[in-house]
Design a protein around this ligand. Sequence first.
Ligand code: NAP
Length: 302
Amino acid sequence: MTAKIIKGTEVRDKILEEIEAEVNEIKEKHGVVPGLVTILVGEDPASISYVTAKIKTAQKLGFNEIQDSQQPDLSEADLLGLVEKYNNDDSINGILVQLPLPKHIDDKKILNAIDPDKDVDGFHPVNVGRLTIGGDEVKFPPCTPAGIQELIVRSGVETSGAEVVVVGRSNIVGKPIANIMLQKGAGANATVTIVHTRTKDMAAHCKRADILVVAAGVPDLVKPEWIKPGACVIDVGVNRVGEKISEKTGKKIAILKGDVDFETAKEVAGYITPVPGGVGPMTITMLMKNTLKSLKFKLGIA
Ligand code: NAP
């Protein structure tokens, strides 16, 4: 069997088209567009490139996008003040503080200061609680896990009653995707198991999975013999395993590998995401979707 490759770039393009159409409709009917602020403290090159990608996407969709770049020596108190300013700004629906923050600033303190109704990353304890309660309570599911659910559902994979095994229990991927798939509702209703470094016989758990989500950060951790024939395999891992010269730009770029041995796994799985080009493109897309949702909640049309 050769698996169907789930192309994150294609799903991304489709969802962005849907968002753009909704933005235009809301603009026409209500005279407003979603407002997103990205706060960047310092000049970390990786952070700059993430923020630039977010800004470009937001602008393309017609959002009101504010980039607030601050010096690396900005104090914690001043950053808290900035967050408060945007909490009180009616034109802003989503606040994104790019991590990591400089060492003298407590990440948790800053993220917890964001108004939960503008926390489009979905990391605030209130939004984590809302996701755990489920149903109508859910406002902003974290972006990477929400993107994973879209990839599964839009590929036509049945989730109701499916055995979902998640490798990894982080707060940004493992726990929230488990919570999302456990929800009572469409695109979920699964039976969920989470495995981690203390799990006995991880292979046996993985082998039971109709849907296997791997977010460990260990290259080629999952072997083809751990995969149930025909299963849907979502590889979240992004591991830099070397460097190469880009054919396009002639510049040095990282060689990326997932947590699943793609070449062998695709001969067993029914569906599989590649790395890069699978889960990766979904995160920014879902950030845009959450920002649009935030405006819709405010307008009472969500
Ligand atoms: P993390 O915080 O380091 O958590 C990794 C989890 O995997 C932990 O729960 C750990 O178990 C578990 N784990 C590690 N090695 C394992 C092993 N050998 N066997 C079983 N479990 C193992 O990582 P994360 O932030 O969730 O990210 C995971 C991967 O996804 C990374 O490669 C990251 O770059 C990637 N990622 C991609 C995107 C994207 O594409 N948009 C977004 C986020 C993350 P313990 O808890 O027991 O230590």
